[in-house]
Design a protein around this ligand. Structure first.
Ligand code: COA
Length: 330
């Protein structure tokens, strides 16, 4: 949806990210007995390693650390935040929300705090929600986080999925601004594709203790997901450009969801962008689900690649299916 009222924008005032210390390389997976190889994983996905949260290190811990860094970068103190939205599909608890847990860790209270579950699109969805709060005048300083400990729900005997994911978090502080910021956001979902990428246990649907690895199992039809993702992402990046009357040559950077290098290359090709203008972290982080886009954005900002005033396009795709994009004048 494009904004018709341009008086208030949500500007990214600061970014931050956090990765757990432990690194698991492709070779480490082989050593652990996974029937795979570094060559297979790198050639099919571009992934070389991923970070793994330590025992007792929770999604809220990762999100909290990312939030502290984003607040510092923005020059904003925690008590100035008037909205916290966390994209996550691996919350600490069923309830309360991870957003309220992070709120407590930040030592503040009072402002609304809630989670958004859109699987790997969680951050783009959360950013969209916070953007709407700011655009409507309901909020002026929002903390938006994408945080995951996705490796906690992997079946380490399933080579189709366990090689793909990692843990991590990223965050942005959005501030109301009268001149520039997020230009438009675009969200979509197709619930009919549920069975292609899902974790089939839960509270209402029931836990299944008689099944091996019950409750901790991502299931995926990788090839079908791949094909659908490429088409959906093509459409949603086009949609962002058309909504703003912009040509793809106007883009400075693509900051894509980091699931698979080949999917990212397909989107870059669609946009006629050389890979030098695409932020890549999937090699080092694997797919960190909601963490991936803000992690990549923070790395791009801190490395000096993304500069103030540039036009950047964020996109993500994940289980649901749910996908989306955001066009931002940074
Ligand atoms: N190591 C070695 N072999 C593996 C393997 C692994 N980690 N995982 C699967 N294989 C095997 C399969 O068993 C299959 O063997 P077979 O032909 O003997 O049956 C073969 O490799 C090809 O499997 P296929 O699933 O067709 O491979 P692919 O080219 O589609 O690549 C993915 C698999 C998962 C890398 C790819 O489909 C993908 O990235 N999909 C998108 C997934 C994704 O991004 N999900 C998250 C979205 S948010």
């Amino acid at each position: 949806m494009i904004h018709t009222d341009n008086r208030i924008f949500a500007r990214i005032a600061g970014t931050g990210s956090y990765l757990p210390q432990q690194i698991l390389t492709n070779e480490d997976l082989v050593k652990r007995g996974v029937d795979t190889s570094d060559e297979w994983i790198v050639s099919r996905t571009g992934i070389r390693q991923r970070h793994i949260a330590a025992a007792g290190e929770l999604t809220s811990d990762l999100g909290y650390q990312a939030a502290l860094r984003a607040l510092e970068a923005a020059g904003v103190s925690a008590d100035e935040i008037d909205l916290i939205v966390v994209g996550t599909t691996t919350p600490d608890l069923i309830f309360p929300s991870t957003a309220t847990i992070i709120q407590r860790k930040l030592g503040v209270a009072g402002c609304p705090a809630f989670d958004v579950n859109a699987a790997c699109s969680g951050f783009v969805y959360a950013l969209t929600v916070a953007d709407k709060f700011i655009r409507s005048g309901a909020s002026r300083t929002a903390l938006v986080i994408g945080a995951e400990t996705l490796t906690r729900m992997l079946d380490w005997n399933d080579r189709n999925t366990c090689v793909l994911f990692g843990d991590g978090a990223g965050a942005v502080v959005l501030k109301a601004d009268d001149s520039t910021g997020i230009l438009s956001t675009h969200m979509h979902a197709d619930g009919g594709k549920k069975d292609l990428l899902w974790n089939p246990v839960g509270v209402s649907a029931g836990f299944k203790p008689d099944e091996p690895n019950a409750g901790v199992r991502v299931m995926m039809a990788g090839n079908d997901v791949f094909k659908y993702a490429v088409k959906a992402l093509d459409a949603v990046v086009d949609e962002a450009l058309v909504a703003n009357g912009l040509d793809k040559t106007a883009l400075d950077w693509l900051v894509p969801h980091q699931a698979n290098l080949r999917i990212i290359e397909a989107t870059a090709k669609r946009l006629d962008m050389s890979m030098e203008r695409v932020i890549i972290t999937v090699d080092k982080h694997g797919n960190t689900s909601s963490g991936s886009v803000p992690l990549a954005l923070d790395e791009a900002v801190r490395s000096g690649k993304v500069q103030r005033g540039q036009l950047i396009l964020l996109e993500a795709f994940g289980g649901g299916f749910a996908w989306g994009s955001a066009l931002i004048r940074y």
